[in-house]
Design a protein around this ligand. Structure first.
Ligand SMILES: [Zn+2]
Length: 203
């Protein structure tokens, strides 16, 4: 009887293994954007936490970055986070290094010829300049901010002229908006319970 029970258990286990599919749960695009989303959680910018991840044509991670102040600049100095766009000394735009540029600067090898940059937000024109100059050939972004239409158009103008492919992650993987929103919420809720979504940031 004991032998029968053992064999029966073995048969069930074999059936379970047959039902399992030995395949990845994430494609490459989603994995790299997932890394960008995790990097975004490192940002101290409560207005908007962005992340970026650069991958080579043969799927190696070359660099990761998030938006923040340059090294040595004191995060507690309010001048760095001020919002007076008419006064460069008191405007965050003078100080914050965007995620895409930080990812380029953090790369372990240069040049980044034929690489892809995965960015949680559509890159601004300044970051696009660096993306083009460093040899990146493809941009994959998670979201575009509706209030940034003009700057997105300027960025797109340069990207098109430079022959750089641009895709939303949703274009490449249709289920991506669901899992990426869940990952973002999971990170936020586990680190800052009760925090609401960031307001539209103009970083
Ligand atoms: Zn930028």
């Amino acid at each position: 009887m004991a032998g029968f029970a053992l064999n029966s258990g073995k048969r069930h286990a074999t059936a379970r293994i047959k039902d399992m599919e030995n395949k990845s749960l994430l494609d490459w695009h989603s994995m790299f954007m997932g890394v960008a989303l995790l990097a975004a959680a490192r940002s101290k910018d409560a207005r908007k936490r962005n992340g970026a991840c650069i991958a080579s044509a043969d799927y190696k991670i070359l660099g990761v970055g998030y938006n923040g102040l340059p090294r040595g600049c004191d995060d507690d100095d309010p001048a760095y986070w001020a919002d007076d766009d008419d006064d460069p000394l008191h405007s965050r735009h003078s100080y914050i290094v965007h995620a895409e540029v930080n990812a380029i600067l953090n790369c372990v090898v240069l040049p980044l010829t034929d690489g892809t940059i995965y960015a949680t937000q559509f890159p601004c024109p300044r970051c696009v300049q660096s993306i083009i100059q460093v040899g990146i050939k493809r941009v994959v972004y998670l979201e575009q901010k509706p209030h940034q239409v003009a700057s997105i158009a300027a960025a797109n103008k340069m990207l098109q002229d430079a022959g750089i492919a641009v895709h939303s992650l949703a274009e490449l993987e249709s289920e991506s908006p669901t899992w990426s929103a869940k990952l973002e919420r999971f990170i936020r809720d586990s680190r800052q319970p009760g925090a609401t979504e960031s307001p539209p940031g103009d970083i």
